[in-house]
Design a protein around this ligand. Structure first.
Ligand SMILES: *Cc1c(COP(=O)(O)O)cnc(C)c1O
Length: 422
């Protein structure tokens, strides 16, 4: 406690958090079991691919026969049980990875249906809207888009999805967003994912299921490909990079589809045969190795935040003891000042840029003004202690993990003090 006092944290904040923590032993033990399971899954994958120091070696120029790049794709494919995968520093973000998956698979006159309602904000521009023509969006290429809202229960609305599928009009792919993103809803659990995909594929075996897997990796024992999905895509500065990968994204799944995606990433005919990286690939391997542990730390932190804010009388989503399939924790603060105080507190708790003041800004790709606390080692990495919130009622903040549980705890204590709950 003395060291915390020296850091300006009140005894009351410390006790609130300690007390909540004592009630979470069982849940934490479940998370540890999950991390252990996934840690072994990852290590077994390293073994099966005989990963060696030579796989860290950089490459230059075209990057032909870049063994490190090939091994990394193979390793990741094994981890997520894919036939094939591309994991590359040239994929700039999660949005880019998802955009490559969609653009790789869909062709003019195809229809894409999102089955989890409105996709993540940045994807609106990828899909394309009538009011933003001529941007190179799917819309511009004559790809139609439909959206089926989630059922009231929070599950995918199977009946409405089946009704929306029109094989004559070439419904080629379904899009599933696993994580809640910026929505007040549950993540899609792997159990529900499996049930849904099984039911759809019974009627439409050829339909391609593409999953936005951002924030979901390693939060359950299985990944979407094990539940029947055809492609998954995500960001390496979220869960699977373990806080160590410096940039990048991945797409994994069916071999024929990954080839199309690779053609999109570079160009037709060259695919993944080209692309070099002069920095070492080590951080990708090491990040993937760390990821199950880091995701476990994030899950424990999210559970703690949920418990403490729920005890203070706030609405939180998911509840502290709910089944999780992503790392995000939504907290409804219902007050702009509280929201800004919270994000400032999280920024203050950061190891990097703790002196910076987060301000709401019109971030590229987002509709509402966003306030973000992100004092991170890797710019914008939301597997690190961070807070994101669109500045609009009901003032929901999204806590998205932390590299260590202790750090998340520290952020919470500072927030409790600054928000005057102590
Ligand atoms: C973060 C996120 C994205 C987009 O990823 P960026 O790396 O920010 O482009 C897409 N979908 C979901 C659910 C996300 O959480």
């Amino acid at each position: 406690m003395q060291n915390l006092k020296n850091m300006g944290i009140s005894e009351k904040a410390y006790f609130i958090v300690q007390k909540a923590q004592t009630k979470l032993t069982e849940l934490f033990s479940d998370v540890e079991k999950l991390s252990e399971f996934n840690q072994y899954k990852v290590i077994e994958s390293f073994w099966s691919k005989n990963i060696a120091p030579r796989h860290f070696a950089p490459s230059t120029g075209y990057g032909y026969s870049d063994e490190a790049k090939e091994a990394l794709g193979g390793l990741f494919a094994h981890v997520v049980r894919a036939d094939s995968a591309v994991l590359s520093p040239h994929i700039a973000s999660g949005t880019h990875a998802i955009s490559l998956a969609l653009g790789g698979v869909l062709r003019p006159n195809d229809t894409l249906i999102s089955v989890t309602g409105k996709p993540y904000d940045t994807l609106q521009f990828v899909i394309g809207k009538k009011e933003c023509r001529d941007t190179g969006s799917l819309y511009d290429y004559g790809i139609s888009y439909k959206q089926v809202e989630l059922h009231q229960s929070g599950d995918i609305d199977l009946a409405n999805v089946l009704a929306a599928i029109d094989t004559n009009r070439r419904t080629k792919a379904l899009f599933v967003q696993r994580s809640r993103g910026y929505e007040w809803r549950d993540a899609i659990s792997m159990k529900k994912m499996r049930e849904f995909i099984f039911a759809v594929k019974q009627k439409h075996p050829d339909i391609i299921v593409i999953v936005d897997n951002c924030y979901g990796e390693f939060t359950e024992k299985e990944e979407p490909l094990e539940c029947g999905a055809d492609l998954i895509a995500g960001s390496m500065i979220k869960n699977p990079g373990g806080g160590i990968a410096p940039t990048g994204g991945y797409i994994a799944g069916r071999k024929d589809l990954i080839e199309l995606v690779e053609n999109r990433l570079t160009c037709p005919g060259l695919g993944s045969q080209i692309g070099s990286y002069e920095a070492s690939y080590r951080s990708y391997y090491q990040g993937l190795f760390m990821a199950p542990h880091v995701v476990g730390q994030s899950l424990k932190g999210s559970i703690l935040y949920a418990k403490v804010f729920e005890d203070l009388g706030f609405k939180v989503y998911p509840a502290y003891d709910a089944l999780r399939s992503d790392i995000t924790q939504s907290i409804m603060l219902e007050d702009e000042k509280l929201l800004l105080t919270y994000t400032k507190a999280i920024q203050k708790a950061s190891a990097i840029d703790s002196q910076v003041m987060p301000l709401p800004w019109a971030m590229p790709g987002y509709k509402d003004k966003i306030v973000m606390a992100a004092g991170t080692f890797v710019q914008g990495a939301s597997i690190e202690l961070s807070a994101d919130a669109p500045v609009k009622p009901p003032y929901i903040v999204y806590a998205q993990g932390g590299l260590t549980y202790s750090h998340m705890k520290l952020g919470l204590m500072i927030a409790l003090d600054d928000m005057k709950f102590t």
